[in-house]
Design a protein around this ligand. Structure first.
Ligand code: MYA
Length: 613
């Protein structure tokens, strides 16, 4: 992966906003952002997008959702048959017809163009139901609207929206065609090409795509291709996004892939052979395709978190029911401490995932510009968490969990891909760390400038020096967060604020030590990403549990306990971060990378078995 290039991703991020809690005035010129995660990297506790927990539904939206939920739930309970879909490796026709009928393929398309006109939060709630029942169906729905035609919704001209959105809500499937045989995570390296024809009115598209969800059934596709563009008097290749109709001719698909999970969803190769694409089908401007692709992906990631919150809720219910009824050694499983801990950890992961999904969707609905890192975190966390929760559910059900009849083995197979597609979790963790570091770096550069010209930024230097001195003698309390959370959560919130300050110090130390070369320190970047996940998830649950208390919800007590437990463990890990970045950890990291290099060089483990045979 081109990590140096990835750093450039950070440059775009950042929007003016008010100052973070309890921090020094910002150096003039350093980029500003309302993102909680970005500000973490500066050691700043930015509450704007986290506290209070978003209340994203207006009365009318709540009413619409309340009307939509029962039929969708009933449909998934009574009509869709996930086991049958899985076994047949295709979705039953009556299910697909029913979903079109329900409007499930056009949830966010404006009503006047044939859709249901739902907000991100309303969409999240419905997708959660899908995730609780059938992830394969979810991918068919998601590949269609979360990425397939999302570009038209976000970047389409009036003409493109009017031409295509009624079709994708009226029975024609859509797909998102980015990945190629030689281009997976390195999305910018695609080879599919589109050249402007001599008539100036068409592009001629050639190339092939792999692993395209809905690839065999889509009539309308968002396709990414290299196009020659003029930059500074030179002709260079830049990615451009196109809306391509199968009906243009020259579009064909391979056979459905035989997959480990989400088997009922259609995944194929898609080939483009001299496809004549009208110039009016350029989406988001010639040469802007990479940005279009990234923004489509950024925009859809919370949906995965919402779906997987539903998956976890369903698995937890199954495990809890089993634990409450199964008797061994004369006691119910639920009475054993070891099982209680499992259920508690599953509940924690589910609560965090759900809190992230609705925090991101709520921020997006409120018009937040900077939610990219939080959306990436929600996807990474949700897919890791769902895997762990369903695995533990199988463990609690024991032998029964291993049997097809309980359905959990299918869910586990379905889940495996979620840590791989839509940006692998490994790439997204690096994306979070590098983008955050770039953000912190821009502030440090400004500080260096201020120190060189002290008269210019005297106030800044004094406040910054004070902050560092406090940090150095271990007195740092962090931002004053008492007013943000309910009384019972003040202690964990204060600890989180203190750890945020320390996190900033770790980032600063890493930057000072490695300078620009920090982008190649992937082990360190992974530790920072894990820290960012711990801090953001803690803030999310503290905020949500405080809301529960404020509204007097009957679950407030339970939620406070969840938030406290999660923050306790997460801040403990954060507290160990400095050591995890220290010299001992570095030596260990070097040992691991040397081992990895050996294994790669030997084509597997260099050791023989102890028998030497
Ligand atoms: S679809 C295929 C998914 N593929 C990927 O996700 C590819 C992953 N790769 C990447 O994301 C990028 O290549 C990375 C950057 C991140 C590695 N937001 O030089 P660069 C800008 C905004 O750093 P690279 C699938 O799986 C950056 O600022 N901007 O790039 C479907 C820079 O701009 P500038 C960004 O090193 C599965 C420029 O781009 C971002 O090449 C089906 C170049 O940056 C960003 N994130 O790589 C799912 N990143 O030049 C179904 C970069 O101005 C859906 N930039 O500085 C299911 C939905 C759920 C519903 C389910 C219901 C149940």
């Amino acid at each position: 992966m081109k990590s140096t290039q990835l750093v450039a991703a950070a440059r775009r991020l950042g929007a003016p906003h008010r100052r973070a809690l309890g921090t020094a005035p910002e150096p003039r010129g350093a980029r500003q952002s309302a993102s909680f995660t970005l500000n973490l990297f500066r050691g700043q506790f930015e509450p704007a997008q986290v506290f209070p927990y978003p209340d994203a539904l207006g009365a009318e939206q709540r009413q619409t959702l309340a009307e939509l939920l029962p039929p969708v739930e009933k449909f998934f309970r009574e009509v869709n048959d996930p086991a049958k879909n899985d076994a047949a490796a295709q979705i039953e026709e009556r299910t697909l017809a029913g979903l079109w009928e329900l409007g499930a393929f056009g949830l966010q398309v404006p009503c006047e163009l044939g859709g249901l006109g739902l907000s991100n939060t309303q969409y999240a709630r419905l997708v959660e139901v899908v995730g609780a029942h059938d992830l394969g169906v979810g991918i068919t729905l998601g590949a269609h609207q979360s990425i397939g035609f999302k570009g038209i919704l976000l970047f389409g001209t009036e003409e493109q929206r009017a031409r295509y959105l009624p079709r994708v809500t009226g029975g024609e499937y859509a797909a998102f065609c980015l990945t190629e045989p030689s281009s997976g995570s390195d999305a910018g390296s695609i080879k599919t090409r589109a050249e402007l024809a001599p008539d100036g009115e068409h592009y001629v598209l050639n190339g092939s795509k792999i692993w395209i969800s809905n690839g065999g059934i889509a009539e309308i596709m968002t396709v990414f291709a290299q196009t020659p563009v003029q930059r500074d008097g030179r002709t260079v290749d830049k990615v451009t996004a196109f809306v391509v109709e199968r009906a243009f001719g020259g579009v064909s698909s391979g056979p459905p892939e035989n997959k480990m999970g989400i088997r009922c969803s259609n995944t194929t190769e898609v080939y483009f052979e001299d496809v004549r694409v009208p110039a009016r089908c350029v989406l988001g401007g010639v040469g802007n395709g990479f940005k279009v692709a990234m923004n489509i992906l950024n925009n859809g990631r919370f949906g995965m978190a919402a779906a997987l919150a539903g998956t976890q809720r369903a698995a937890l219910r199954q495990a809890a029911e089993h634990a409450a009824t199964r008797v061994q050694f004369g006691r119910r499983l639920a009475d054993f401490g070891a099982v209680q801990e499992k259920l508690a950890r599953m509940a924690l992961l589910q609560y965090v995932t759900e809190s992230l999904a609705y925090m991101v969707s709520g921020n997006m609905d409120a018009g937040a510009a900077d939610y990219h890192l939080e959306a990436a975190i929600s996807k990474v966390f949700a897919s890791d968490a769902a895997w762990a929760v369903v695995d533990e559910a199988i463990q609690i059900l024991g032998g029964m969990g291993f049997m097809k009849a309980t359905g959990l083995e299918r869910v586990l197979r379905d889940l495996r891909i979620f840590r791989i597609f839509e940006g692998t979790n490994d790439i997204l963790r690096l994306f979070v760390a590098l983008t955050g570091i770039q953000f912190a770096g821009s502030q440090l550069q400004e500080l260096m400038r201020a120190f060189k010209r002290p008269t210019a930024h005297l106030g800044l230097i004094f406040s910054e020096a004070g902050r560092r001195a406090t940090r150095a003698v271990g007195l740092a309390r962090g931002a004053d967060v008492d007013a943000l959370v309910s009384a019972e959560l003040r202690a964990p919130a204060r600890e989180l604020a203190r750890q945020v300050l320390q996190f900033g110090a770790c980032v600063e130390a890493a930057l000072r030590k490695h300078g620009r070369a920090v982008v190649d320190e992937q082990l360190l970047l992974n530790r920072l990403a894990a820290g960012a996940v711990d801090a953001y998830t803690s803030a999310a649950v503290l905020s949500r549990a405080s809301r529960a208390r404020r509204l007097g919800l009957p679950t407030a007590e339970h939620e406070a306990r969840l938030a406290e437990a999660w923050t306790e463990e997460a801040t403990e890990r954060l507290g160990a971060l400095a050591a995890a970045l220290g010299p001992r950890a570095q030596r260990h990291g070097e040992r691991l990378t040397a081992l990895g290099r050996d294994v790669a060089a030997q084509g597997g483990s260099p050791t023989r078995n102890p028998l030497e045979l």
